[in-house]
Ligand binder design. Structure first.
Ligand code: MN
Ligand code: MN
Length: 466
């Protein structure tokens, strides 16, 4: 007996594409073979025709700031998980970023933060998910608890080199080394606090408070020097390291140099660096606030470097850095003259990862289909310890996306399902569309309609293997 049979689609893996049927049993992929549908179609509980469609592994978004439910917004975690599903993302990782509703106890302890996050999100998500903890300099002892959370199935944590909750260099190094020795991996937000804090202070002193100064004060050099330091710390610690949201050619050069000389580094970039450039900050303030993200949007040359890095392995994956901010609030802040350094950082993206990377990458002629499957599913699953995810092969979870490569549509916020009221990609002409999505063999999106269930998504315990 087969639970689900996906017939006649083009099955895409990082290694190649072929016409094949996919049989699913007990939530896992049972077989991937041309023509098996012929033999078992009569005994399959559910048969889905995928003729003319691509069958992709579900996207694994390794970087989101999806927020836990609050009294004011009890459904926001659920809604963003539904948005993920609409976009073809079947597993997302969340940072329990401090200051977004965390209790005082959770802000001081990783283990308390993990327990609180698990409790607040339990029974809520429509798709599978996991957490990466943010390790801050404001915790009682940010390094000591790392081995315990690795053992609890949370083997990645993120440290910031900038902001008031950053880790200083000594503790950053200790955190990397402790993670390496415990079977974990530190993720690092690489921006230099001295260069950025100085530039921000000078801008504010000159009354340069508008959103565009966010970009002016966060230079490529500040990103590159921090990336360099993170790479050399990882080398000295003999530990793996992951660079989040890399945005500039200069920072990518540091990652390339480190990898070539034996550092176990990986790096991600984000759709906004691939599809948008810094000229957006020249727009009127009420529009420019959409793009107050860190690092900021960069020049066309940096964008070209990101695409080259994705094509040749300088970069390892694409993740969203999804922040469910609201444009109405940010516009009000800009209208009140709130200085750029106090406008909420980040932009939504949980629903648009596959569509932007497919449109700009594959349809744009920059990447192969197999390469984006690697960048969006296979490598993030492997690098972040999601052993059952990220590929269409027997034994893996049946997380599948049926994707129509012939579809055309203009992207607009009104069509999205996330908890934000905007998209930074408003008006983009998209090629391709997600038609149906399965998580562990269960239909979540059917022909563009959500048919999943709140709480079906599981918290996934992770173990790093590479
Ligand atoms: Mn960040
Ligand atoms: Mn982030």
């Amino acid at each position: 007996m087969t639970d689900l049979l996906v017939r006649g689609g083009t099955v895409v893996t990082a290694g190649g594409s072929r016409l094949a049927d996919v049989a699913v049993l007990g939530g896992r992929i049972e077989a991937v073979e041309p023509g098996i549908g012929e033999r078992i179609v009569g005994s399959a509980r559910e048969v889905v025709d995928a003729a003319g469609l691509l069958v992709l592994p579900g996207v694994v978004d390794a970087h989101t700031h999806t927020r836990t439910p609050s009294d004011a917004e009890p459904d926001r975690f659920f809604h963003d998980s539904v948005a993920a599903a609409f976009g073809g993302t079947t597993t997302f990782l969340v940072f329990n970023t401090p200051s977004t509703g965390t209790s005082a106890a959770a802000a001081r302890s990783l283990r308390a933060g993990l327990a609180e996050w698990r409790d607040l999100t339990a029974g809520d998500a429509a798709v599978d998910h996991a957490v990466s903890l943010v390790v801050t300099g404001q915790m009682d002892d940010p390094v000591a608890e790392l081995p315990a959370v690795v053992d609890a199935g949370v083997p990645t944590a993120k440290a910031f080199m900038v902001y008031d909750f950053r880790l200083d260099d000594r503790r950053l190094f200790e955190a990397m080394r402790t993670m390496g020795r415990s079977g974990g991996m530190l993720e690092v937000h690489c921006e230099d606090p001295v260069l950025i804090d100085t530039a921000v202070a000078e801008a504010l002193q000159r009354a340069n408070t508008q959103p565009r100064y966010h970009a002016v004060t966060r230079s490529r050099e500040a990103e590159a020097v921090a990336t360099h330091r993170a790479m050399e710390f990882a080398r000295a610690a003999d530990a793996p390291v992951h660079v989040v949201h890399l945005s500039s050619a200069a920072a990518l050069a540091e990652v390339r140099r480190a990898k070539a000389t034996g550092v176990r580094a990986s790096a991600e970039t984000c759709p906004h660096y691939l599809a948008l450039t810094q000229d957006r900050y020249d727009l009127p303030d009420a529009e420019a606030v959409r793009y107050v993200i860190s690092p900021p949007l960069r020049a066309k040359a940096d964008q070209d470097a990101m695409w080259s890095g994705l094509a040749d392995g300088g970069l390892d994956l694409v993740a969203t850095d999804h922040v469910p901010d609201r444009l109405d609030r940010e516009k009000a802040e800009a209208a009140r003259g709130v200085p750029f350094d106090r406008i909420s950082n980040g932009a939504p993206g949980i629903e648009t990862l596959l569509s932007i990377v497919y449109s700009e990458g594959v349809a744009g002629g920059r990447l192969t289909l197999e390469r984006i499957v690697d960048l969006l599913s296979t490598t993030p699953a492997r690098r972040f310890g999601l052993g059952s995810k990220g590929a269409i092969e027997p034994g893996k979870d049946a997380d599948l996306v049926l994707f129509d490569p012939a579809a055309r549509r203009a992207l607009t916020a009104a069509d999205l399902h996330h908890t934000s009221d905007y998209t930074p990609f408003e008006g983009f002409e998209l090629v391709g569309a997600v038609r149906s999505v399965f998580v562990r063999g269960r239909t979540i999106i059917r022909d563009g309609v959500f048919v999943g269930q709140r709480g079906f998504g599981r918290f996934v315990e992770r173990r790093l293997t590479s």
